[in-house]
Design a protein around this ligand. Sequence first.
Ligand SMILES: [Zn+2]
Ligand SMILES: [Zn+2]
Length: 366
Amino acid sequence: MTSGRLAVLTGKRGPFEFREFQVPDPEPGAMVLKITAAGICGSDLHIWRGDGTLGTDMVPLGHEGTGTIYKLGKGVTSDHRGTPLKEGDRVVYSGPIPCGRCTICLEGHNSRYCPARQKAVLGQFPYFRSTFADYYYVTPTQAVFKAPDHVCDETLACVNCAMGTVGMGIEVADIKVGQAVVVMGAGGLGLTAVAMAKARGAYPIIVTDRLQNRLDLAKDFGADITINAAELPTSAERVAAVKKETGGLGAHVVMELVGIPELVVEAVAMLRPMGTVMEIGSFFPGKPVNIDLSTLVGFGKRIVGSSMYNPVSLGNTVDFLARNHDRMPFDKMVSHRFKLDDINRAFQASEWDQKSSEVRRAVLIP
Ligand SMILES: [Zn+2]
Ligand SMILES: [Zn+2]
């Protein structure tokens, strides 16, 4: 029987330690993947750092990644669109495992919101439920899509969290042709948001970040205007800059993709009346912000949260990537590659709290 490694976070800021588990045979309808690349998501960094009230005791981390089919369970002959599958094929899978039978599931919501969704428990069957590992077990209820051949492993690794989450967020924010959009943060999430907002016909697309090299890349993805937050250090200056670029009105949609809770106040100030803040970055509990609600009520503004996606939206994101991978510099979205063995070094290099990291997005290769 084959065994594989699984990286486990042992405490705040690590270290990760490796556990070895037997790779289970897939049950009927399931499949086992051999991980080809796993993305280090901003949320992994928040957990590693212990932000808010996030626990860090013996967590199997890693929820973003993809792989090739190592073993197919009985009865699996195609992906969820009917495309034939065989062992060795690369696939993208939907991360959340909804129960499929509760009211939230039946109402057709985002799979992440199912209160009875399955969670990874260290040391319990099927053991490989996280992507910082050699293998990943896909249950029969997780949607799977055959990966487009021309998309590289590194980019594919970012589809089932970063890109899928942004795809869902853009859908929920309902960005329309000609609308002014601000994207806060030009990391993996922000670059994807720029690409998708552009495809929807948004104008202007304004991107804020503290690092010029990230802003330059955002321009290559289609950003019309960039604001270097290191040059405009106060919130008031950045709000004024957005107002200036939007005829004094502000943006229709601001996407908060940085994960600094206080930024939501700035995001609201950047909106025009009836505008929407799409809050994605600050997913962690325990860091409340002070907000004057009259800044919403008096102008019909909305703050909407979104986390991950439903399988239909993820499939749309895979298609978007297939169509745009060669037209946009997606190959530059991942800036650093580390061996899975070097996971501790990879997290230290990706850390951006209180400073600016050169790492846009790192992936781990087993
Ligand atoms: Zn459910
Ligand atoms: Zn994530």
